[in-house]
Design a protein around this ligand. Structure first.
Ligand code: HPA
Length: 283
C-alpha cells in the first residue's frame, strides 16, 4: 500500500505537468524541447544561452517551491541553444534545504515526462579532491557515489516512468561523455574526467572526510547535489551527462567558503557555455 506521502508525490508530479503544459506557447508545442540542462551553483549564465526563450519563475509553478540559496536562480527557460530546443532549469532545490530527494527532483521529472525528454545534462559546483585538478576545471562525471544515504525512488514505483530496480552500472552515458570530450577538444576548454561523490550538506567536509573520500573511496570531486537527479533521469530511461565545475581545491589551505564557490563558478561559466553550445551541435 502506498503511504499518503507517496500518493501525494505522484499527484504533485501530475499537477505540475498540467501546470507546465498550460503555460506552453504554440512554438514550444510545435517543436518541444529534446534536452534538459540543469544549471548548478554559480552557473546562472546558462539560462541566458537560450534564444527566443519562454521563461517561468519556479514560484509560479505548483509544488516546486522557491530556490532559497544565493547563486541558484530559480527560472525555467525553454528556447534554442545552438539550434536545439532545450529546457534549462536555472537553479535547483537542494536536499539540504530540508526537502526529500524525491521532492528535489520533482521539476526535473515533470519536464522529462511532459516532453518525453531522453537527454539530461546536469551541472554542479564541486570541490576538487583530485590533487591534479586546477580551479575552474570542468570535470566530466564518469561515475558517482551516492553518499546522501537516501534515494529519490524510495516509495511506490511510478511504473509509467520506469522500472522498480533501475540499473546504475552505467549511470553516465558513454556516448554523451565522448561528445563532451570532442566538444572540449574543438573549443579548447580544459576538461577532466572522474568520480563525483555527493553528501547531503549543508556543511562542507571535515579534513578526515576529505581524506576518506579521496584515499579510500577514490572520489575526484565532491558536492551536495546531482546524484539524485541522475538516478531519477536514469529511472526515466534518459541518457545522462554531468559536468562539475571545480570551484575550490581540497583540502583548503584555509577554509571553504560559499563566496569562493560562487566566484569560481562565474569564472568557469564562460567555458561552460562554450562547451555546452558545441556539445549541443554535436548531439
Ligand atoms: N564540498 C561540497 N560541496 C561543494 C564544495 C565542496 O568543497 N564545493 C562546491 N560544492
Amino acid at each position: 500500500m502506498a503511504s499518503e506521502e507517496d500518493i501525494s508525490t505522484n499527484q504533485k508530479l501530475d499537477e505540475l505537468c498540467v501546470a507546465l503544459d498550460e503555460r506552453m506557447t504554440d512554438d514550444v508545442r510545435k517543436v518541444p524541447p529534446s534536452v534538459v540542462i540543469v544549471a548548478g551553483s554559480g552557473l546562472n549564465m546558462l539560462p541566458d544561452m537560450a534564444e527566443d526563450a519562454l521563461k517561468l519563475d519556479y514560484g509560479e509553478l505548483p509544488h516546486v517551491g522557491s530556490v532559497t540559496v544565493a547563486g541558484h536562480g530559480g527560472k525555467l527557460v525553454i528556447g534554442k541553444v545552438a539550434g536545439k530546443k532545450v529546457v534549462i532549469l536555472g537553479g535547483r532545490r537542494h536536499p539540504y534545504e530540508g526537502i526529500t530527494l524525491s521532492q528535489s527532483t520533482l521539476l526535473l521529472r515533470a519536464v522529462i515526462k511532459l516532453f518525453g525528454i531522453r537527454v539530461v545534462v546536469l551541472s554542479n559546483a564541486a570541490g576538487g579532491l583530485n590533487p591534479s585538478f586546477n580551479l575552474a576545471d570542468i570535470m566530466i562525471v564518469r561515475d558517482h557515489i551516492n553518499f546522501m544515504f537516501e534515494n529519490p525512488l524510495t516509495g511506490p514505483n511510478d511504473d509509467s516512468t520506469g522500472k522498480r530496480f533501475p540499473d546504475m552500472s552505467q549511470a553516465y552515458s558513454p556516448r554523451l561523455i565522448a561528445l563532451a570530450h570532442a566538444a572540449a577538444a574543438d573549443t579548447g576548454v580544459p576538461v577532466r574526467e572522474g568520480v563525483y561523490i555527493a553528501g547531503k550538506g549543508p556543511t562542507y567536509e571535515t579534513r578526515a572526510e576529505m581524506a576518506m573520500f579521496r584515499n579510500i573511496m577514490g572520489a575526484d570531486s565532491i558536492g551536495m547535489s546531482t546524484v539524485h537527479e541522475t538516478i531519477a533521469a536514469k529511472h526515466a530511461r534518459c541518457e545522462v551527462l554531468c559536468l562539475s565545475v571545480i570551484t575550490n581545491l581540497l583540502p583548503p589551505r584555509d577554509e571553504v567558503t560559499h563566496a569562493e564557490v560562487m566566484q569560481t563558478g562565474k569564472i568557469a561559466g564562460e567555458r561552460m557555455v562554450r562547451l555546452l553550445k558545441d556539445f549541443l551541435t554535436k548531439l
